[in-house]
Design a protein around this ligand. Structure first.
Ligand code: CU
Length: 164
């Protein structure tokens, strides 16, 4: 009689121990879940911030570049696009001007001027490399006195030479 009572008490204690363990496990799982959710939220916020600052770092720039024709356009734009951080480059054959969009955390205006000059073309700030200029096709050997940043509306000098 006495023995069986003791056994019963012992059983009860075991049940309490088990439920304690279950509560503890649930608490741990809940805590882990909460932590991982927190981490994910933080990650998302960081990504958004990075993308935003990337957009804000894009700089649009226009400057004069001398050149004659479509082949010049290819060479000039290829040189500008070859600079790391340049997103787009568009040279206007009539205006003798280039529009560049670039990431100013990766490059700067002078790097783009220098790259174009290295391909043989004069920019507003840097004279074209002479060796590269000599290597250009004859149609591309532009006049070093050429006006840059033209409006694009006036006719070129070729036409004013004609007397009708
Ligand atoms: Cu050309």
């Amino acid at each position: 009689m006495n023995f069986s009572k003791k056994n019963h008490e012992h059983k009860n204690k075991n049940v309490i121990d088990v439920s304690k363990k279950v509560i503890l496990s649930v608490a741990v799982i809940a805590a882990l879940g909460l932590t991982s959710c927190k981490n994910e939220t933080k990650k998302e916020t960081e990504t958004t911030t990075t993308e935003m600052s990337k957009d804000m770092a894009m700089t649009d720039l226009s400057f004069g570049v001398r050149g004659n024709c479509g082949m010049c356009k290819n060479t000039i734009e290829k040189a500008a696009n070859g600079v790391e951080g340049v997103a787009s480059a568009n040279w206007d054959v009539d205006k003798k001007k280039i529009d560049v969009s670039f990431d100013d955390t990766k490059t700067d205006a002078m790097a783009i001027h220098k790259a174009i000059a290295a391909s043989g073309y004069d920019t507003e700030k840097v004279a074209g490399d002479e060796e590269a200029y000599d290597g250009l096709p004859s149609c591309c050997k532009y006049d070093h006195e050429m006006m840059m940043n033209q409006s694009g509306e006036e006719e070129s000098d070729d036409h004013s030479n004609h007397d009708h």
